[in-house]
Design a protein around this ligand. Sequence first.
Ligand code: K1U
Ligand code: ZN
Length: 178
Amino acid sequence: MALLPILNYPDPRLRTIAKPVKEVTAEIKTLIADMIETMYDAQGIGLAASQVDRHIQLIVMDLSENSPRVFINPKVTPLVEEKQPYEEGCLSVPEVYDSVERPKKVRIEALDEHGKKIDEEVEGLLAVCIQHEMDHLNGVIFVDYLSRLKQSRARDKVRKVIKIREKQGEQTADKQPQ
Ligand code: K1U
Ligand code: ZN
């Protein structure tokens, strides 16, 4: 398994629209394992393939530690008009957190890593997280919902965090080994 570099905001590659997965090949299975390892290493609860520069409709998630879930070709439909705010974070926008309002209850239709159909009505953090990850597959980042001022502050913050991480010798998607 391998740790994958995560793209940082405002990298334009994060704006790429993901394509459907045609078949769960050995290569996709390796990508799933690598994404799960990368998500755990970064202490995230979700990761979309777009964030590791693979522009296919694939999401991994773990809200409960050690029971990772995989969503392939997900479709997410709001079931209620009521929205709820949640203080979101993003592994592509490190150390920036802000409140985003999203529909409280959604339906998730997808395939899992074995090709089995998923069809669930969800609320709470799972509803928040799947909508955040779906946005990634559509080239949308949670800071897009914030004011221009907050977006500009987020860009500055990410630049600072990357500099510190590079000084600490961490590998980032912005700086690959020569
Ligand atoms: O997509 C990502 O970058 C992962 C992201 C998922 C997410 C967290 C919180 C709300 C919406 C989506 C993260 O895992 S951010 C880091 C994190 O673990 C976290 C941050 C705030 C609340 C809970 C978890
Ligand atoms: Zn994110």
